[in-house]
Structure formats: structure tokens, C-alpha cells
Design a protein around this ligand. Structure first.
Ligand SMILES: [Fe+2]
Length: 356
């Protein structure tokens, strides 16, 4: 199963899709509309079975928790050069390929016809291949395999096609970070974990689950070109300290995320959140999605560190207030997040960042 198929199967869908044959429109069905309706918040009456708390992830670097670590002396020169290049805009801010841009724009149109979407997808062989593989994977397949791109578009739906297109481009760009494989793996683990956690939180916060998934997956998109920049500046060395990477991420990933979101014409809320999520209260344009991004980052970090007391202390986080999740519902939600995180890690054991 391809990486993108894995992402979509595991995160976009909760239940097997209906059997589908080719139909002329990509408009969402009534079943799709019902599926996207926010679910009732979980209560203690629906408390999930306890899941063992995960052990710390030690095989991947955690560049997001290195504020107190000093930069090795030899890296100070690299850090200075990287900072100057970011400030000057002297780095590669990748374009969204014209075909991908056209696909995501058309997929955002609720009146877009499947035939037009399929015709666009056909121009990108990699996207075409991933779309067919995903549509015919176990969770999506109906009684008959999707044999055409139009059937595959209908089966997934325009919204998931848009997510697939964005994820594919992230995959393409992060693969350029030569020498920083461990950091690329860490980025993908974190992004996919946060996507799954965001979907879990969305149900309790009465947010659209598909939109929440994309916020979890893409809000740190600014790290992608920064990884590429670091790799180039350190001349593709693999022993770069997490302090250096963490320092660059902390200082610039929202700024660069905003720039990349503009270049990629990401939807409004996604662009706003990519540019401002850690100080989520400052994001007055998309406050709930910014709070969601900040919360799932905190959840993933404590889960990845294997820190159970710190994780459950997160129930006091102000993001819950912004999201409208009552205190009495937070314990149940956090337990559900443990299970979601565990499932994501188990499924991603064979998952690694795409290689060039
Ligand atoms: Fe971030």
C-alpha cells in the first residue's frame, strides 16, 4: 500500500465506503452529508476502553522540545546562515504544480463534475496512480473495482481528492530533504498523528471532521521547505542536531507556512492556521482551527514523549475552552486520543518518509 493510500485509508475514512459505480457528478450524496455532520460529543456514558499509555518514541528526533538545548558550536554558523536566508527570502518555496492546483481548486467547487476532475487528475500520472490505488484499497472498494479515474473520483469524493493532492505534494517536497531522513520521518509521523488526533477532537468540538483532518495534517507545512533549506545549508549532512532543526522550526515555520499556504492557494482556514497556531489566541481569523492545531500538537508531543501525567494535565489547556469542550468531557476525549495515537503508531511502524 502506498504512503498516501495508507494516510487516506487510515485517516479519512472510518467505515467502509458504499459500493459505487460510475455516476456523472462528484456532488456529495446524502450519505456523505450525514457522514460529515458533526457527531455528538462523547460523554462519560460512552467512555472508551482504557488503552495502555504509549512508551516514548525514541527512534526519531523530537525537534519540537529542544528550547533548552544549546546549539553545537560548529552549527552556529549554519544557523546564522539559515536565519539570514529565511529573512531575505533566499530559499526554495516550492510551487504547487499547475495540475495539482487545478485539481484542488476544482475539487473545492461543490458543483464540480467527476468527469472534469478525472480529466484533470489524468494529467498527473503519480496522482492518477495514487487515486486508483486508494479508491481500490480495502476500505474504499465496493463490489467492483474502480477501473477509471472517474469511478475513483466518485468513490473518494472531491474533498478527499483535494486532501490526497495536498498530501502528495507534501510528499514530493519533503523527499528533497536529503540527509535529514530521520527528521523527515519525524515530520511525517507527527503530521499523520496530529491529523488523526484532530479528527478525534473534531467530533467533540462539533467541527467538520474532514476539515479538521486537513488542519492536523497540514498546519505545520512550513517545516517542509525549512527541512529542504537546512539540508542544503548543511550540505546534506545527516548528523545535524535536533537543537538546530528545532530552533529553525520554532522561529520560522509559521512564517514560512503562511508563505507556502499562499503559494499553494490553500483554503482560507488552512492558510490562516499554517501562519499562526502556537499562539492560537492571536489567530482571530480562524480561532477554533488554530486552537485545534495547537491542542493536537500538545497532545502528540506528550504522547510521543510517553509522559502520561503531563498528557492528562493537558485537560486544563485553554484550547478546550475555545473549542467548546466541557471539562467533564475532556477525560474521555483524552483517553480516546491515546487509543487514536496508539493505532496511528501501530499502523505506521512500516511507515517511513518517502525517499527521493
Ligand atoms: Fe507548529
Amino acid at each position: 500500500m502506498g504512503v498516501l493510500s495508507w494516510i487516506l485509508n487510515r485517516f479519512f475514512r472510518r467505515a467502509p465506503a458504499r459500493a459505487v459505480v460510475a455516476v456523472p457528478s462528484a456532488r456529495p450524496s446524502a450519505a456523505d452529508a450525514r457522514r460529515r455532520e458533526p457527531r455528538e460529543p462523547r460523554t462519560s456514558a460512552a467512555e472508551p476502553a482504557a488503552t495502555p499509555f504509549p512508551s516514548a518514541i525514541t527512534h526519531l528526533p523530537h525537534p519540537d522540545r529542544v528550547a533548552v538545548e544549546s546549539i553545537p558550536e560548529r552549527e552556529a554558523v549554519w544557523l546564522d546562515a539559515i536565519e539570514r536566508r529565511v529573512v531575505a527570502g533566499d530559499f526554495d518555496l516550492p510551487q504547487l504544480p499547475s495540475t495539482t492546483l487545478a485539481v484542488v481548486e476544482l475539487a473545492a467547487d461543490p458543483d464540480a463534475a467527476a468527469a472534469r476532475l478525472a480529466a484533470l487528475v489524468e494529467r498527473d500520472p503519480v496522482l492518477s496512480s495514487e487515486l486508483l490505488k486508494t479508491a481500490n484499497s480495502v476500505l474504499f472498494s465496493g463490489t467492483a473495482p474502480a477501473q477509471t479515474l472517474q469511478q475513483a473520483v466518485v468513490r473518494l469524493g472531491a474533498r478527499q481528492l483535494r486532501g490526497l493532492a495536498f498530501a502528495l505534494q507534501m510528499k514530493r517536497v519533503v523527499s528533497r530533504a536529503k540527509g535529514l531522513t530521520a527528521y523527515a520521518d519525524s515530520f511525517w509521523r507527527q503530521a499523520t498523528s496530529m491529523a488523526k488526533l484532530a479528527r478525534e477532537v473534531a467530533a467533540a468540538a462539533r467541527l467538520d471532521e474532514d476539515e479538521a483532518f486537513l488542519v492536523g495534517l497540514l498546519h505545520d507545512i512550513g517545516k517542509v521547505p525549512l527541512l529542504d533549506l537546512i539540508a542544503r545549508e548543511v550540505n546534506q549532512r545527516s548528523d545535524v542536531s535536533r537543537a538546530l532543526v528545532g530552533r529553525v522550526f520554532a522561529k520560522f515555520h509559521e512564517q514560512v507556512g503562511s508563505q507556502l499556504a499562499t503559494r499553494w492557494s490553500l483554503p482560507f482556514d488552512l492558510a490562516q492556521v499554517a501562519g499562526c497556531h502556537h499562539d492560537f489566541a492571536a489567530n482571530t481569523a480562524s480561532p477554533r482551527f488554530a486552537a485545534l492545531a495547537s491542542l493536537v500538537h500538545g497532545l502528540d508531543l506528550q504522547l510521543a514523549l510517553g509522559s502520561e501525567p503531563s498528557f492528562y494535565e493537558l485537560r486544563q489547556r485553554p484550547e478546550f475552552e475555545v473549542l467548546g469542550i466541557a471539562p467533564e468531557a475532556r477525560g474521555v476525549l483524552l483517553k480516546a486520543c491515546v487509543a487514536a495515537f496508539q493505532a496511528a503508531q501501530a499502523e505506521s511502524n512500516a511507515f517511513a518518509a518517502p525517499r527521493p
